[in-house]
Design a protein around this ligand. Sequence first.
Ligand code: GDG
Length: 466
Amino acid sequence: MTRLVNVSNRVALPSGSSNAAGGLAVGVLAALREHGGIWFGWNGRTVKGEPAGPQLTQDGNITYATIELSERSHELYYNGFANTSLWPVCHYLLGYFRYERREFDEYRRVNSLFARKLIPLLRPDDLIWVHDYHLIPLASELRRAGINNPIGFFLHVPFPALEMLRVLPVYQQLLRALCAYDVVGFHTPRDLRCFRDALDSQGLGDGAGADRRNHANGARMHADVFPIGIDVDECQQLAMQTGEHDHVKRMVKHLHGRQLLIGVDRLDYSKGLEERFQAFTRLLENYPANRNQVSYIQVAPKTRTGVRAYDDIREALEQTAGQINGRFADIDWVPVRYLNRAFDRATLMGFFRESSVGLVTPVRDGMNLVVKEFIASQPLYDPGMPVLSSLAGAAHELSDAILVNPYDVDGVADAMHRALNMSEGERRERHSSMLAVLRRNDITAWRTRFVEALLQAQGQNQTADP
Ligand code: GDG
């Protein structure tokens, strides 16, 4: 069988915490477990001198091949260009955007380091699947070194509209770099449209679509939509099994029969947590009957510590949660529990199952797996309802969720109230149609469709070979 070589900035090693929060890791791991193969990337360690690796670790059918990064690369490439230039632009959040040429130079250097370290592991019939915005130039680096394998790229974050993309001084270079891939994948048709517009603006598209000749090996680049999904059965089973887990039991005990609203997000400004806390305040103000009747748990494990904006948001949210509790709490009721830590996956699914409302209100998101996990974890006879941001990619598929604009705090409060009071019949109807969507576009469909597109590229390349 052809080997699948996944490459992402960060690899979630089996020896690490099983609480790793992050959609890319969850998706890649689930896809790899099914198909087997290599997962290549950074192991999370930084060093002062020359980074070592790749170090190989075998776990079942997955080989983890990991490298170190220098402290300088971590600061300039990861904290810098990837997370302070690209991430904000892709999420339409220019208030967080900064561009420094030396950070972009380091971004290119790290991509060339990834290529150098990866090449000795490659076999001629491997399919290479590169993930996310950290590694856009990787294919051009590999092509330069003579690698002719099919190489695909999947963008886990939104592809911004041309007028937003143009803010990046190096956007043209990045677009050209994307043309070195055989397959470029996005979560939604909207992302694909934006990508095609951007290519056309540079004369790189064919006018009608995104297919074009790529200079390196004469193959054609194919861009398409591959919505990421989840393993529905895994979530359902975990959710059903965890009712007896200590954390879930303690959580339910402290509810004292109140309805629960839940949010689970990496602590990231794109997840709309400040706005969500305001909306919860508005729920208690505008619909006072909910006081002492509902509780809100927000799980928000830390990520990207060391990036200033991420440290700031943590402090801001702690304050807001304190203010809400200070204003509304009663001797027997704490309105908000803000848990700045990670839980294991099974516990999260158990929490979801006990919740009446799933709050998923990012101000922008590529897809959002949490809403899918929330839906899959619900009991069929009495399912909870998600309140979902229309600015998350998942809204494209999940039109039966209660859709909101996350910036409209009164609107989100109305939606919370509506979800809390929706009839069982309506909840069951909406849930069953959303579950059907989750099953159609599950993690297997995502992986299979992408791999098929890569195999097709391989066939075409071979035909095109002189
Ligand atoms: C990127 C894109 C896209 C969260 N807290 C804990 C925990 N998590 C898990 C969730 C979920 C994952 O992390 C988060 O996935 P998301 O999709 O919501 O978000 P990002 O990390 O921003 O992912 C996103 C995704 O890539 C996939 O393409 O959907 O748009 O931004 O699985 O359950 N897991 C554990 N403990 C926690 O405390 N174990």
